[in-house]
Write a protein that binds this ligand. Structure first.
Ligand code: ADP
Ligand code: MG
Length: 674
């Protein structure tokens, strides 16, 4: 393959691409020693010339030895069962080995050191600095890549247009582009490397924040929504429906929602709060405010179980009102679905409750004013467009199931305004959580039986790798059988998992709600939002299979009524150390915000929120789990820039604006901003 082709495969087509292909990491040359000065068992780096390459043995137990020499002494590097290493060395090469040496007889030895193949230029460049390491593509060696980038930097570091205006660089202490390019590729020390990296991280996050700000602005200017005013009388009428005083957090969120709804620009608001903080109240309030203003409202849930539960809650709240509400989910008979759709188009239905299928089925509304999307991370910019008609957009209220890590909230959800519900309703007792070892399992089950005999109900949750996997589903049935014949033989058990059809799921939930079954053996389909106040005790089998936010969400299913909640995490015989630490951290914390941050730091955004189709392109150099502080700075900077120059029309901002449109124009549908 030709070099140009290889580079192109990595997206490197121009000098600019090379300049902005940032190192993956750096080799530290400064702990470099002469071989004669090495110390045993301490990580160090040596540079020398390959004198000899030897290999021994065949399949399964080969050994490659490479002897290098500098002016002071010789050292042997060893590889076991990596016969291919033999071909990577030949006498006369200059190489760098990093690792912990040991004294073997008369000679130093390093086993499986990290290797860099050097040329004379590298050697002098790295003499007192850090050597860049690039991620490579087939057909381009590290050495080659370094030379290409170094040539590009030498000749063209001053060429690209500076994007960050000087006052901004001064304010945030960021180097200019040319210096930053030189330093990031060939830093003389950590300070240079870190300053340069910080500049590019800042720049990347600033451009993202500007794009999100532009998106919000465009929303305000580009779409009309109905003004849904809530006067004192309507407010009082809605509040009368709730059989409790609202919490301070709920009050604050309601005020923010009411303010948004009264405007003729669409609300785009995210409500996040800990499990059990009472987000549903906020949703119901908004729905009823909308209907009272003569517009239709829709409540979208991620599962049929939840949609049905919301429908039931609403039906009981609205027993005496004239609100015409209907359920629309995939499991309904075709005739009934058609009837609901007709009612929505004709405007005979005020309030539709359903799953996201509601969107896919080409449902039309006569006068849609509000869409509430519950417990949902998958509802991105694009999906929201589905409910718009021309310049008319409903108001949007998005409710998350669990708290979202702060940095994700500012990026993946950054196109939304945020209300945080802090605090739990009064009288709520934190769920007591126990890590249950196999030896203690029978005592735990005795505890469960006692709660059941006291009239309470219980969940048993088992993991499924794949909701649709037949064998995995059988494993929940297996748990059920084992419990029915063993620990819970005297009680009425029900089964719930994702492979059951809609009406069976519904029946299982209903039987549990009516206390016909005392124990619900389930997969994580009960994870979000299910609310049965009499269920107070949860057993999680193999908790190591779940993320912390997911466990927190599961745990939130109990302790919802007046009764204290309990959660037992049945760990396996010999759990992995890391898994056990995670689970113990979880058992010790009831703060969902703290758990979300912890989960995010340990597992990264992919696992947690990868499913949300935010549609944003991935970040190149910034890492949200690490760069939270820079993100806050970038966000402030973006807000300041937008406050003085909303469309980024000033000539000093032209380069920023171009970069914003190039990077996010399509994914955020920015069109022609300003
Ligand atoms: P989540 O935020 O997890 O969706 P929910 O909205 O399901 O929480 O509310 C959890 C429980 O708390 C429900 O049973 C609800 O009726 C109750 N609840 C909500 N707000 C209050 C309040 N202000 N006072 C007392 N109970 C409340
Ligand atoms: Mg909820």
């Amino acid at each position: 393959m030709r070099l140009a082709e290889s580079l192109e495969r990595k997206g490197l087509r121009s000098v600019a691409d090379l300049l902005f292909c940032f190192p993956r990491e750096y080799e530290d040359f400064r702990d470099r020693r002469a071989i004669a000065d090495l110390e045993a068992d301490v990580a160090q780096t040596i540079v020398g010339e390959v004198i000899e390459v030897e290999s021994k043995g065949g399949f399964g137990k080969s050994r490659v030895g490479v002897v290098v020499e500098d002016q002071t002494d010789a050292l042997r590097a060893m590889w076991f069962n990596q016969a291919f290493m033999r071909d990577k060395f030949h006498p006369g090469q200059r190489v760098q080995f990093s690792g912990k040496p040991k004294r073997k007889g008369l000679r130093w030895e390093m086993v499986h050191p990290r290797v860099a193949w050097l040329e004379d230029t590298d050697d002098s460049a790295g003499e007192e600095g850090l050597l860049a390491v690039y991620s490579l593509t087939e057909g381009v060696s590290q050495h080659h890549m370094r030379r290409l980038v170094a040539a590009a930097v030498t000749a063209h570091a001053d060429t690209p247009t500076e994007v960050l205006p000087a006052p901004l660089r001064d304010q945030y202490g960021l180097p200019g582009l040319a210096d930053a390019l030189r330093w990031i590729h060939a830093p003389r020390n950590e300070a240079q490397r870190d300053t340069a990296r910080r500049r590019f991280i800042f720049q990347e996050l600033l451009v993202l924040q500007l794009a999100l700000a532009a998106r919000r602005l465009q929303h305000r200017l580009g779409f009309r929504a109905p003004e849904l005013a809530v006067d004192r009388q309507l407010d009082a009428r809605i509040r009368r429906l709730f059989p409790f005083e609202l919490t301070a957090g709920q009050e604050k969120a309601l005020a923010e929602v009411a303010t948004d709804l009264a405007l003729d620009t669409p609300m785009n608001r995210l409500v996040q709060g800990d499990v059990g903080s009472g987000k549903t109240v906020v949703a119901l309030y908004a729905l009823l405010a909308c209907v009272a203003n003569g517009y239709q409202a829709v409540l979208l849930a991620p599962t049929e179980i939840l949609a049905r539960q919301h429908a039931a809650t609403l039906a009981s709240l609205l027993k005496v009102s004239r609100v015409r509400s209907r359920l629309l989910v995939g499991g309904l008979a075709e005739r009934e679905k058609a009837e609901v759709r007709a009612g929505l188009v004709a405007g005979d239905i005020d309030l539709a409750i359903g799953t996201h299928a509601l969107l896919q089925e080409k449902v039309r509304f006569a006068k849609l004013g509000l869409a509430v999307i519950d417990e949902q991370h998958k509802f991105g910019v694009r999906q929201r467009a589905a409910l718009r008609q021309g310049q008319h957009s409903p108001h949007y209220l998005v409710m998350t199931a669990t708290p979202i890590p702060r940095t994700l909230c500012m990026t993946q959800f950054g196109d939304l305004d945020v209300s945080v519900l802090d605090g739990l309703p009064p009288g709520r007792q934190p769920v007591s959580t126990y890590v249950v070892r196999p030896a203690e399992a029978s005592r735990w089950w005795e505890f469960v039986r006692k709660a059941l005999r006291d009239g309470r109900q219980a969940y048993v949750v088992a993991p499924l790798v794949e909701e649709s996997d037949a064998t995995a589903a059988a494993s929940v049935e297996e748990s059920l059988r084992a419990l029915a014949e063993g620990e819970l033989a005297d009680f009425r058990l029900g089964l719930l998992h994702g492979r059951m059809n809609a009406s069976d799921k519904d029946a299982a939930m209903e039987a549990f709600r009516l206390r016909e079954t005392q124990v619900l053996v389930s997969t994580t389909v009960i994870e979000v939002g299910v609310d049965v106040a009499n269920a107070t005790i949860m057993t999680v089998v193999s908790p190591e299979c779940f993320g912390l936010s997911q466990l927190h969400q599961l745990r939130g299913r109990v302790g919802r009524g007046m009764h204290a909640g309990y959660c037992g995490l049945l760990v396996p015989e010999e759990p992995a150390e890391a898994a056990l630490q995670r689970i113990e951290a979880f058992a010790a914390t009831t703060d969902g915000f703290a758990l979300a941050e912890l989960d995010f730091r340990m597992r990264g955004p992919g696992d947690l929120f990868g499913e949300r189709q935010s549609g944003l392109p991935p970040l190149h150099i910034a890492d949200l789990a690490r760069d939270g502080e820079v993100l806050v700075e970038a966000r402030n900077a973006a807000a300041d820039l937008f406050a003085t120059d909303p469309g980024l029309k000033h000539p000093d901002h032209a380069a920023l604006r171009r970069q914003m449109l190039r990077r996010y124009g399509a994914s955020l549908d920015l069109g022609d901003v300003g």
